[in-house]
Design a binder for this molecule. Sequence first.
Ligand SMILES: *Cc1c(COP(=O)(O)O)cnc(C)c1O
Length: 380
Amino acid sequence: MKIYADYAATTPVDTQVIESMMEVYQKHYGNASSIHNIGRDARSILDASRMSIAKLLNVQPKEIIFTSGATESNNLAIKGVAYQNQHKGKHLITTKIEHHSVLHVFQQLEKEGFEVTYLDVDSNGIVQIETLKSALREDTILVSIMFGNNEVGSIQPIDEIASILNNHKAIFHTDGVQTVGHLQLDLKALGVDLFTITAHKFYGPKGVGLLYVKEKTPIQYQQLGGSQETKRRAGTENIPLIKGMQVALELAQKDLDDRNVKMMNLKSELIHRLQEKMIPFEINGDMNQSLSHIINIHFPFSDVEIMLTILDMNGVYVSSGSACTAGSIEPSHVLSAMYGNDIRTKQSIRISLSHLMTNESIDYIVSQIESIYQNAMKEG
Ligand SMILES: *Cc1c(COP(=O)(O)O)cnc(C)c1O
């Protein structure tokens, strides 16, 4: 058996998405900047996709910048705001649990003379409002706090944070990657200035995403060249991928409730089966303020590297949540922020689910974890 349960890392592309992209590749190959008929035809696909995505997110079409994915969107949002607003202050705020495409940008900005506050989270992986309030300063120009965490699934109180920042000049960016298809998104109502999305986390293609930039947000555009994306992000638009993202987003929103129910059932099945088999475990984070597809579990009888290797050999594809460099896994910065130096950070794995999975796939995962547990017990 082969069970992929690493959907927070990436998802397979939906067949309907592939078909929509094929049609653009085959029939609408023009450059959207060409003024002849073939170019205008490509432009009309691009415009329609932008309109449809804007509607789904409840924003204006001109507030969307298409990018190559979340890493680019995060870089653009953070550097763009920092550079454009540095005359108003050089203090920036983020959290200790961000994705590396956020954290590494802030670390670079620190080297360039910006001051960065990395907010602590509680043991559930959630930023406390008071922590943010006490970090805010007169010279804070940017706050970047992710919506749903990709390792433990914790959901931050983004609407509450946005309303606090309403009375502050700081611009508010959210990496919303993991929430698409899981939370109902209305970016206007949410009150953020900048919002990052990438298609391959919701059954769309890799290499395409977007940054929502609320009208009049002062930001320095990073990619210079042609006048695509109204001069905010130069480079010929990848219309097949953008079309694919549009269709994937439509499906994700349409089936949101059904998919969430499915994944919540799979999650409780997983917990139930682990308990039934008497496998010792603890859940990292709070089950009640968490995304339906992510569960991070501490197994106190094995080391994460050994566990991932054995699971991989037996066809169970999960993750440690953190990046693995040259075969060695650093303890996750997210779990470290939640639990400090605890051994737990070295004994935890992330299982991320999909509506495509079945109870049988959960049973198989649990049976493999059970045999690791039994072997660990034998070895004493
Ligand atoms: C996957 C992910 C990213 C990076 O997305 P890419 O499109 O692969 O660059 C950024 N943030 C979060 C929270 C993610 O899960």
